[in-house]
Design a protein around this ligand. Structure first.
Ligand SMILES: *Cc1c(COP(=O)(O)O)cnc(C)c1O
Length: 374
């Protein structure tokens, strides 16, 4: 027996404390021992893959109230395959033809503020299957009338909406947007990648297909969940024999996603929320006691049931800008990463959801060292 050595030691990799959220460049999330065990078990077995997908569909349906579900490689894959389903259905000759959409409806309408960039532009997910993105309104404003006009066009395949903290501007209400699309017989695809604790609410908007991540807060292996109308879910699956070949779910991803869904079912949400709130409050109290650091807890703007710690650095008092603090945090050992999208406002945002208390203490300790109150 060789002695146990961590992956980080074996390959001399950087130790990271991830306070940047479900961030793809850092490996997104941490799976529990049970979920990781299911993945490991699946890797050395053979399966009839369609059977695994059928079980996934039943499990997703039972736990969400939707008609059906499927697992894809990731949410980006789910977006592309869902749009393909609305354009081409499941007919084998259509499946074989994509991304050539000549003769098919292929306009994909979305409000401008929903054209999000989550590491790449969502518009590229649309174009990948031959869809033509039709952006409505401006990044600051899109009205229901504008949406109505674009959805009236006969070549429209679907309405694409996003539920995320990345959505910008004053965009039409999700329920009203879905209702307008449905009044014209147009299906709605809703990307709720980081909204896996709100699937029922997203289904309540009436959207036909919802996409959520299996590896963000659900903390499974890399996977995307398609949740919704059975005919469209089956059509999305049909495209795995076409453009979706490179987007397929692996056996370990399906089994791991199932384990993560089962674990979520057992989660005591009230307790979970309380412990997350306490962790954030504790961090805010400690970080906020450092001279020149102004700390507050702020709820997730997209409605997930937890808060993040917002730390504003006042350079005249603590001697460092938020940007410098961010750089020094990342340069330390372990490297500490926070959310940087409010750096221009002098604020670093810390998401603590997957972190242990000891890691949270390490962040406080490093902050004290960096802004020099020790
Ligand atoms: C993370 C994210 C995605 C992509 O998810 P992957 O599973 O990494 O492909 C898509 N949309 C939004 C809004 C996201 O936040």
């Amino acid at each position: 027996m060789t002695s146990w050595i961590s992956i980080h030691e074996r390959y001399s990799l950087t130790d990271v404390i991830n306070a940047a959220g479900t961030y793809t460049p850092l490996g997104v999330s941490r799976s529990s021992v049970v979920v990781a065990g299911s993945v490991a078990q699946a890797l050395s077995e053979f399966f009839v893959m369609d059977e695994l997908q059928d079980i996934a569909s039943e499990t997703i349906a039972r736990t969400t109230g939707a008609e059906a579900g499927a697992i894809t490689h990731c949410v980006a894959a789910g977006i592309t395959l869902s749009i393909a389903a609305t354009m081409a259905g499941a007919a084998p000759d259509n499946v074989a033809r994509l991304p050539d959409t000549r003769g098919m409806r292929h306009r994909v309408v979305l409000p401008a503020g929903h054209a999000v960039d989550y590491g790449h532009s969502i518009l590229q997910d649309v174009r990948l299957c031959g869809g033509l993105p039709i952006i409505v309104g401006t990044e600051s404003l899109c009205t229901l009338d504008e949406l109505d006009r674009e959805l009236s066009h006969p070549g429209t395949a679907c309405l694409l909406l996003v539920s995320s903290r990345l959505v910008r501007g004053r965009m039409p209400d999700l329920d009203e947007s879905v209702a307008i699309a449905h009044s014209k017989g147009i299906p709605v695809v809703l990307d709720g990648a980081a909204q896996d604790m709100r699937i029922e609410e997203l289904l309540d908007t009436g959207a036909d297909l919802i996409l959520v991540s299996g590896h963000k807060y659900l903390a499974g292996p890399t996977a995307g969940l398609i949740v919704g109308r059975k005919d469209l879910v089956m059509a999305a699956r049909a495209h795995e024999k076409g453009i979706g070949r490179a987007m397929k779910a692996t056996k370990e991803a399906i089994v791991g996603a199932l384990a993560a869904i089962e674990e979520r079912q057992k989660l005591d949400l009230t307790n979970w929320r309380r412990s997350q709130d306490e962790k954030v409050a504790d961090f805010v109290r400690h970080a906020g006691s450092i001279r020149g650091v102004y700390a507050t807890a702020s709820p997730d703007p997209a409605g997930m049931p937890f808060s993040r710690a917002h730390l504003r650095f006042e350079p005249s008092q603590c001697g460092k800008s938020a940007k410098t603090v961010a750089e020094e945090l990342k340069a330390g050992t372990p490297a500490i990463w926070a959310m940087e999208h409010e750096l221009p406002l002098g604020t670093l945002i810390f998401e603590l959801v997957p972190l242990e208390y000891e890691e949270v203490s390490q962040i406080v300790f490093r902050l004290e060292e960096i802004v020099g109150s020790r």
